[in-house]
Design a binder for this molecule. Structure first.
Ligand code: PLP
Length: 483
């Protein structure tokens, strides 16, 4: 214990130093494939023993070859944010290292999870039927797969013969995890199997086109849809599907056969902590399930996906199996939740601890401030793009996500992105515009280490890299927008 205590203090100091010095590092390393393998001994017997060597290797082999997702200049993909409270909650969780597969194997793990999910349901103003029906999944991909298994199970138990050929419906802009879930569930033969994963066309901004949804469902012979996956905040452009509209179309076409409606709000759902952004979840009362990832934008370390279902029995019927060795009195009473029945694996970490630490530390207003800062900065950034006639705003800004491109064309935009990312001060990523496939750069702040000055600097870097005339670059001390 004494050795652990001393090394633990050293480790926390190391993490604190890492976070404090992030800004001095390139966001993305210049690592070539095989570099890290080459730096690691072939055999464990060749490694130097002792903790000094471990810390040295951390500093010389590991961190220089990482992409620093917490870096203040990280604006790529969607964020994968962490926070002090999240890190400490994670430490507490791994220190305790319980397996909360059953209520009986760690009652506090289960009941803390139920309570924090209910707090979050209030935080996001979710409908009451989600209360008591929330669970933490590792990722949105797992939540979508769990939703699909529940949907298929429910449709089987509802008079549909087992042999029916079934499909999943989602939009062309939905995350690939929807198709992957269909592949894992054995519904789709592969990524190209468009018979079993129907991809509905979208509007130019990336929203599902409900006319195409209607056409597709009306004209469709079997396979029969078991689940429609709507997206709140598409990965490419942050577009928001019309949840109520999708339900309307489903009810029109399948009035006698309820189709499961899953809402994937992995990134943008977090914005609903702010009353002014709650509209992103408009219509969620029509959903059968919903997932939101606090590990993307709500200060909770990876991995933490919040997953709610309207009817928990549909989920547990699909995922529950009880061998003799898991039988216990509490489960037999039916009065407790066994979260193993709500997920794919049996064992589970106590992820609710880090979420609980975050919720208690920041409180409602702290969480709202976090979302508002990033959104206000993105709005400022959007204005710079709009004012600069070298650039186009490709789609309307979605909360903190700005999608832009050079008017000079795809090759120029691609070259700009490469130039910026190679320079290492900031990192951006790209997508293909839903309307025409145009090569588009995405800018999305999300790290709690980012300050307004980093946004200003990011714009300078982008503007210079696009060969801005000097007077456009020089506007370097703008006032921070009010969030
Ligand atoms: N859904 C959406 C809309 C996403 O943007 C992403 C990832 O960015 C995912 C799902 C997958 O998330 P996860 O890594 O939690 O499975």
């Amino acid at each position: 214990p004494d050795e652990f205590r001393a090394l633990g203090h050293r480790m926390v100091d190391w993490i604190a130093d890492y976070l404090a010095t992030l800004e001095r590092r390139p966001v993305m390393p210049p690592t070539q494939p095989g570099d890290v393998l080459a730096a690691l001994p072939d055999s464990l017997e060749d490694t130097a023993p002792g903790w000094d060597a471990v810390f040295r290797d951390l500093d010389t082999i590991i961190t220089p070859n990482l992409t620093h997702w917490q870096h203040p200049g990280f604006f790529a993909y969607f964020p994968c944010n962490a926070s002090g409270p999240g890190i400490l909650g994670e430490i507490a969780g791994v220190g305790l290292n319980v397996n909360g597969m059953l209520w009986a194997t760690s009652p506090a793990a289960t009941e803390l999870e139920t309570r924090t999910l209910d707090w979050c349901a209030d935080l996001f103003a979710l409908p009451d039927f989600f209360k008591g029906n929330g669970v933490i999944q590792g990722t949105a991909s797992e939540a979508t797969l769990a939703a699909l298994l529940a949907a298929r199970g429910r449709s089987r138990s509802h008079r549909q013969p087992d042999t029916d050929e079934i499909c999943v419906v989602t939009s062309e802009q939905a995350h690939s995890s929807v198709t992957k879930a269909a592949m894992i569930a054995g519904i789709a033969a592969g990524p190209e199997d468009l018979r079993h994963v129907r991809l509905i066309k979208t509007h130019p901004d990336g929203r599902m086109d409900l006319d195409d949804l209607r056409r597709n469902l009306e004209s469709s012979p079997p396979p029969r849809p078991v689940m429609v996956a709507a997206t709140v905040g598409t990965t490419g452009t942050g577009a928001v599907d019309d949840i109520a509209g999708i339900r309307r179309v489903l009810d029109e076409i399948h009035p006698d056969r309820p189709v499961w409606l899953h809402v994937d709000a992995a990134w943008l759902g977090s914005a609903a902590v702010c009353p002014e952004f709650r509209r992103v979840l408009d219509g969620v009362e029509h959903a059968d399930s919903l997932c939101i990832n606090p590990h993307k934008w709500l200060l909770t370390n990876f991995d933490c996906d919040l997953f709610w279902v309207r009817d928990r029995n549909a989920l547990t019927d699909a995922l529950s199996i009880t061998p003799e060795y898991l039988r216990n009195q509490a489960s037999d009473t039916g009065g407790v939740i066994d979260y193993r029945d709500w997920q794919i694996p049996l064992g589970r970490r106590m992820r609710a601890l880090k979420l609980w630490f975050v919720l208690r530390h920041y409180g409602v207003e702290g969480l709202r401030a976090h979302i508002r800062r990033h959104t206000a900065w993105a709005e400022w950034f959007e204005q710079q793009i709009r004012r600069d006639d070298r650039f186009d705003l490709v789609t309307p800004r979605s909360a903190a996500l700005v999608c832009f491109a050079l008017r000079a064309g795809d090759d120029a935009t691609r070259a700009l992105l490469e130039k910026i990312n190679t320079a290492g001060e900031i990192m951006l990523s790209h997508t293909a515009a839903p309307a025409d496939g145009r090569y588009t750069i995405r800018f999305v702040p999300g790290s709690p280490h980012t300050e307004f000055r980093h946004i200003v600097r990011a714009w300078e870097v982008i503007s210079r890299a696009a060969d801005a005339p000097p007077d456009q670059v020089r506007e370097s001390s703008p006032k921070e927008p009010r969030s």
